[in-house]
Design a protein around this ligand. Structure first.
Ligand code: SF4
Length: 144
């Protein structure tokens, strides 16, 4: 199984969940929020295809503290690949950033991750003070 990636930021984000985190940006987003910071991630055909096992091995090798956030783009566009990936990273502290609501997230994914950010970005509700979200309608939750 392949995942279409936009990019990876290794071991240096402080704003995508607790701690210093690696952020994996999935390619492809069907929500097209007004004011999106990353429109280059919308078209899934422009992503780099990487095998799930190959990506898991890369993350195991390069992520020094086992803290990873899967963002995008919209990672739920590739939900089966994402679930397969997190199954291979069972001892990692994983956060997922989705623009969808919690009721839309597969339980098989929720059971395997520690944090989730839900809700589409709304430009008129943009915030720089609420931790780990871009607009005040979004929610960042600890699951386990
Ligand atoms: S969900 Fe995220 S990547 Fe997609 S359009 Fe909205 S802000 Fe941009």
């Amino acid at each position: 199984m392949k995942i279409y990636l936009n990019s990876i930021k290794f071991n240096r984000s402080l704003v995508d969940g607790p701690g210093v985190r690696t952020v994996v940006f999935f390619q492809g987003c069907d929500l097209h929020c007004k004011g999106c910071q990353n429109p280059s991630a919308w078209d899934i055909r422009k992503g780099t295809a990487v095998g799930v096992e190959e990506l898991a091995n890369l993350l195991k090798k390069e992520v020094c503290n086992k803290k990873i956030t899967f963002s995008g783009g919209e990672p739920l566009m590739q939900a089966e690949g994402l679930i397969a990936l997190v199954e291979l990273l069972a001892d990692f502290d994983i956060a997922v950033y989705t623009g969808h609501e919690l009721c839309d997230v597969p339980k098989r994914l929720l059971d395997r991750i520690r944090y989730i950010k839900t809700g589409a970005f709304k430009e008129e509700l943009h915030t720089t003070v609420t931790p780990f979200v871009g607009s005040s309608n979004q929610e960042f939750r600890r699951l386990h």
